[in-house]
Design a protein around this ligand. Structure first.
Ligand code: FMN
Length: 220
């Protein structure tokens, strides 16, 4: 499938079948993602793929953390408040999701519950944490973004759906604890993936994009 077709057909998936991806397929996909470009070829990504009991342990630890009322403490600067058109688009994407889930605007509790699904990995059989040495900061974040997009498209090429999740970088301590990562390792963000449950309302969510003339300028 062409990259253009994948981009036209893909959307973030937030409900999955209870069907793991074959190990051989995972090895092929992660092997190809390894070919992603990076600044000076430093390849800063340290990718942690969680499945099975490790994923279950993480989910339980996330739930415990959320229940304790702990505030998010991301390793990187993931806290700017969107302004202007960015804020409008942020609301647009949230509304698209809540509308497909049938959650009315004023039902804060239901919205919170939908948000919590992030840390349950939307019941996906697998999740990835995109991690890197903290000192790399924005330089490493650019490389991890390029790597993550490559991985997402490769998964789509194999019929495997996914959802990038900034939410998975919001509570890095449980991740470091369960995956036994050193303190100097930062958790940037994550992604849940697996085979989409096409019958789930969440997966009817569609977002739009601005026209290219508002985003791209060509200079002769
Ligand atoms: C870096 C990044 C972080 C994201 N974080 C989350 C998240 O925490 N939870 C979530 O449900 N979706 C998350 N998304 C998905 C976006 O909401 C989604 O990509 C956007 O609304 C466009 O919709 P589409 O992916 O269906 O085209 C994230 C996407 C990206 C690229």
């Amino acid at each position: 499938m062409s990259i253009a077709k994948i981009l036209q057909e893909r959307s973030s998936t937030r409900a999955f079948l209870d069907k793991p991806v074959a190990e051989e397929t995972l090895n092929t996909i992660f092997g190809h993602a390894q070919l992603a470009a990076s600044n000076c070829n430093v390849q800063p990504w340290q990718t942690c793929v969680v499945s099975g009991s490790t994923k279950d342990k993480l989910k339980a630890k996330f739930m415990e953390t959320l229940m304790s009322g702990a505030a998010p403490n991301p390793d990187f600067n993931w806290t700017p408040k969107y302004q202007g058109v960015h804020r409008e688009r942020q609301f647009g994407s949230a509304n698209a999701l809540y509308t497909s889930l049938g959650i009315p605007r004023e039902d804060k509790k239901a919205r919170q519950m939908a948000m919590i699904r992030n840390w349950q990995f939307f019941d996906a059989p697998h999740a990835v944490f995109f991690t890197m040495d903290k000192y790399l900061d924005i330089m490493g974040a650019v490389d991890l973004g390029i790597y993550a997009q490559s991985l997402g498209l490769l998964l789509n090429e194999h019929g495997i759906s996914n959802c990038m999740q900034g939410a998975l970088g919001q509570f890095p301590d449980p991740v470091r604890e369960i995956l036994q990562l050193p303190e100097e390792r930062g958790i940037l963000f994550g992604m849940s993936f697996g085979y989409a449950d096409d019958s789930a309302d969440a997966n009817n969510t569609r977002t739009d994009r601005a026209d290219i003339d508002t985003a791209v300028a060509f200079y002769d």
